[in-house]
Design a binder for this molecule. Structure first.
Ligand code: ASP
Length: 901
């Protein structure tokens, strides 16, 4: 009997546990945290036989801190006392509890976000990450997002504290950031409408977990939750929400401390469910829905009990009651919290737990996650020891894969503008064919996007930008137009046409790698063969000059005639053999004077020449005059006959800049215009001054209008400054056009997309592939050479300068023909006149005379003729009389002179 009793006592001693009470203060809605607290202690008790912790759970209000402080006082003054107090969550109440616990030196462990303003004591610990370090983590993440602009939407001032480092970031790099507070009412639509108008697509949302879905749903209502919108939710519990209800493909990123895939968490949750089941309560908690607070509570309890046990083993801790307001302190409290501050707790649900001397948690890991439909993908982790960096968990390829998958789920909107060969309206194949959607268009841009879409396997829809502009920034309105505006206002995911990558556009949107390289050059028209004037030989001298020459000819002939009458030298002996002639003869009648001058005019000379000094002087003056006139005429004639070469000609930009006759312009509002406007190079700056001041305007709405103007402006007085690729296309199609000079710069066309578009690398890769496999070349050939009328032969402009065409010299032939014809008519008249004279002199009928004279005329082998009718032979001497009758006195005279000598 005694032995049994002894055994019982012994057993009692061995199974006797030190029992300690831990207070847990929870609100009605902290059910998960309460379970975590309860079952963490239960599990501890289950496996530990030395110490037993009793949970004293109290449900407290959020609104009455005073009542809670009274409750805490009653808890601590109970017989067994409390060795620690956990909770509550509400900040106001928590502050009061903290204050009471601090006075009594009872460890108080919080599990929620606390800022600097919150009361800190030596026995208070907060297992929630330190607010300053959390702010650093958020800032590092934002920095890694590489957003050029973003908007912060916050709930209250405390939320701003969480974003304090992000705000510092923006101050340092000064990217345009806008900060907006959520409306105090539930309706956030006006705020989102404003954001939409601003075109911002990167949003940091800091608000309480339960508000997130409602706020995002409102964003969706104003189309602010589309594919290209990026949201960063800074709440640590955002991942517990079901985003599928939003049906969005926006890019939502958030952070968490708890990984639902952690097996410890999954076991813990099972414990909770089992525990509840034992209490006849059925709860189902998916690990994905475990709140940060519950996980932190679990970790806090485990950490505390572990530390407590370790201390208790070394030196037993004695719990005793303490009274509020009595200046009593519990001796064990300080010891426990100090120990917890130096001892890290590993493998907790929320990573390693480590406190600093102020009881703030300084070791934790923040996971960056992306919410993709129902899936949650961890993309990176932030650790305090490497606060400026993120450890990315996905490889670049995996990230790209993910992005492409997202792209495949959306219809990619492609903004463009009409401008062949990049995009033009497709002609219906048969009458009545209705073209819709993408089928309405065709062109290089279309084919390019089509090839990219096939490579990345996405669907796309082309639409035309409202104003048809490429995209220029208006400094006055501070707005972009054209394609760039479409991207900024998120109407389009991509913009493609002959859109040049420029510095200013790059500041507003992103560009892919260039798919075509080019430079500004000059489009000009080839000189057209001008309307030839067959009397072009008259053109070297002005009509007035011709008239003056004719007048001078007649007047000088008259003067010579008069001079010759007076000059004794011109009165000659008609029979030089007769030394004393009875009479002298003067050959200078008006007809001979005109003949003398005409001979010299035509550079043919004349067989009679004046002999008098004065007449010779007058003749020499005429020769001098005519020498100068004919040399000038000859010199000018060459130029006039090759008139084309005299057309205005330019061969480069310098030549264009130096002259003012040929006007030149660009597309209005394009990069070419900007190139000249902003150029510091003197030639281009001068060109810009000329263009800007030209009236009427030299700028055209689009390239097609520019080309038309080049073609239709008379006398080649307009040149169009255009990009070389486009010039190539036009020159290929219109043989009257040519490119003048080389490229003035070097740039490229790229596919534009909103800044930070996640799919940029994928598009780049596709463009690069197409470049390497020759697809881009094929496309260019197709649209430049094969399609719609390419193939203009290189033609020699204007012909060679040496060839004078009939048109140039036709007039001379005409003069010859007409002159000879008139001479022939005259000869006929002379013939008949001679017939008449012969008939009268020889007293024969006109008919006989005509027959006789005709016989001589027809018999071309007879070269001599008698002066009497019918005879077929004659002497040369007799010729004189005939000649005399003909009136060709000077000819016979000269013949006589020659025979005499
Ligand atoms: N491709 C040009 C642009 O993107 C148009 C031009 O100025 O020729 O603005």
């Amino acid at each position: 009997m005694i032995t049994i009793l002894c055994l019982l006592v012994l057993l009692n001693v061995t199974i006797a546990k030190d029992v300690f009470t831990i207070g847990g203060l929870f609100h009605e809605d902290n059910y998960q945290a309460e379970m975590a607290f309860k079952y963490a202690l239960e599990r501890y008790n289950m496996f530990n036989h030395d110490i037993e912790f009793r949970a004293q759970i109290e449900r407290v209000t959020k609104t009455d801190p005073f009542a809670v402080s009274k409750l805490v006082c009653s808890m601590v003054s109970s017989e067994e006392g409390v060795v620690a107090i956990f909770g509550p969550e509400s900040k106001e109440v928590d502050a009061m509890v903290k204050s009471v616990a601090a006075n009594l030196e009872i460890p108080h462990i919080s599990t929620h976000y606390l800022t600097k303003t919150t009361y800190v004591s030596t026995t208070a610990l907060n297992i929630y990450p330190d607010y300053e370090m959390l702010a650093t983590a958020i800032a590092t993440i934002v920095q890694n997002m590489d957003w050029k602009t973003y908007m912060i939407i916050y709930e209250d001032n405390e939320s701003l504290v969480k974003l304090q480092d992000v705000l510092k970031l923006t101050q340092a790099d000064s990217p345009p950031v806008t900060i907006r507070q959520l409306d105090s009412s539930e309706d956030q639509r006006p705020l989102f409408k404003l954001i939409k108008q601003s075109g911002e697509s990167n949003i940091i949302l800091e608000c309480k977990t339960h508000r997130i879905l409602d706020i995002l749903a409102q964003a969706k209502e104003v189309d602010l939750l589309e594919y290209f919108h990026n949201y960063f939710l800074t709440d640590l519990d955002a991942h517990t929400l079901d985003f599928t209800v939003l049906g969005t493909n926006a890019n939502i990123t958030t952070i968490r401390l708890v990984d639902p895939n952690n097996p410890i968490l999954q076991n813990t949750v099972r414990d909770w469910e089992m525990g509840e089941l034992n209490r006849k309560q059925f709860v189902s908690i998916p690990p994905t829905e475990v709140t940060t607070e519950a996980a932190l509570m679990h970790d806090a309890v485990n950490f505390f009990t572990t530390a407590f046990q370790e201390l208790h083993i070394t030196e037993p801790i004695v719990a005793n009651k303490v009274q509020c307001g009595e200046n009593e302190k519990w001796e064990g409290g300080f010891r426990i919290t100090t120990y917890m501050k130096i001892r890290p707790f590993l493998n907790a649900l929320t990573g390693t737990v480590k406190f600093n001397e102020w009881g703030k948690r300084v070791e934790f890991a923040v996971e960056l996650i992306e919410i993709i439909d129902k899936r949650i993908e961890k993309t990176a982790t932030w650790y305090p020891e490497n606060a400026d960096h993120l450890n990315f968990t996905r490889s670049a390829d995996e990230q790209m894969q993910q992005i492409v998958e997202n792209l495949q789920k959306t219809i990619v909107m492609v903004s463009s503008r009409i401008g062949p060969p990049y995009l033009s309206y497709r002609k219906p194949q048969y009458e009545g064919e209705v073209l819709e959607g993408n089928a309405r268009f065709e062109g290089y841009s279309m084919d390019l996007i089509d090839a990219v879409s096939k490579e990345l396997n996405f669907t796309y829809r082309f639409f035309l930008t409202a104003d048809g502009a490429y995209g220029t920034y208006n400094k006055k309105t501070k707005e972009w137009n054209g394609l760039i505006k479409d991207l900024l206002e998120r109407r389009a995911h991509l913009a493609i046409c002959d859109l040049t990558i420029t510095h200013s556009r790059r500041s507003a949107v992103d560009f892919s790698l260039p798919f075509m390289t080019l430079g500004v050059s000059i489009l000009y028209s080839k000189s057209k063969p001008s309307e030839r004037n067959i009397f072009a030989f008259m053109e070297p001298l002005d009509t007035t000059v011709w008239m003056y020459i004719v007048s001078a000819y007649i007047s000088v002939a008259l003067v010579i005639y008069l001079i010759a009458r007076m000059a004794p030298g011109d009165w000659e002996n008609p029979h030089p053999c007769d030394q004393n002639p009875e009479e002298l003869e003067n050959i200078w009648d008006m007809k001979n004077c005109l003949w003398l001058m005409l001979g010299s005019t035509m550079s043919q000379g004349c067989d009679i020449l004046p002999k008098g000094i004065s007449s010779r002087m007058a003749a020499s003056m005429w020769w001098f005059f005519i020498l100068i006139i004919s040399s000038s005429y000859t010199a000018n004639l060459a130029a006039f006959l090759t008139m084309d070469k005299m057309a205005p000609s330019i061969d480069n930009a310098e030549a264009l800049a130096k002259q003012t006759k040929i006007k030149y312009g660009t597309v209005d509002g394009g990069s070419t215009q900007t190139f000249f406007r902003e150029s510091n190079f003197s030639t281009y700056a001068r060109m810009w001054t000329q263009m800007a001041s030209a009236k009427p305007s030299v700028f055209e709405k689009n390239n097609a209008d520019g080309v038309k103007r080049v073609l239709t402006t008379k006398n080649q007085l307009y040149a169009f400054l255009m990009e070389s690729s486009q010039i190539e296309y036009e020159v290929e199609r219109n043989c009257e056009l040519k490119q003048v000079g080389g490229r003035m710069d070097s740039k490229g066309y790229g596919i534009a997309m909103p800044v930070n578009s996640p799919y940029r690398s994928a598009i780049n890769k596709a463009v690069l592939n197409m470049q390497e496999d020759g697809t881009l070349n094929l496309l260019k050939n197709k649209w430049w050479k094969e399609k719609s009328g390419g193939g203009c032969e290189e033609s020699d402009e204007g012909g060679s300068s040496a060839d004078l065409k009939l048109a140039n010299v036709g007039g001379v032939f005409l003069v010859l023909g007409v002159g000879v014809s008139i001479a022939f008519i005259f000869s006929i008249i002379e013939f008949f006149w001679n017939v008449h004279t012969v008939a009268v002199e020889q007293k024969i009928t006109h008919k006989e005379a005509l027959i006789n004279e005709s016989k001589f005329a027809i018999k071309v082998w007879i070269t001599q003729k008698r002066t009497s009718p019918g005879s077929e032979s004659s002497s040369k001497a007799d010729d004189t009389s005939l000649s005399r009758k003909d009136g060709n006195y000077h000819d016979s005279l000269s013949a006589h002179r020659q025979s005499d000598t």
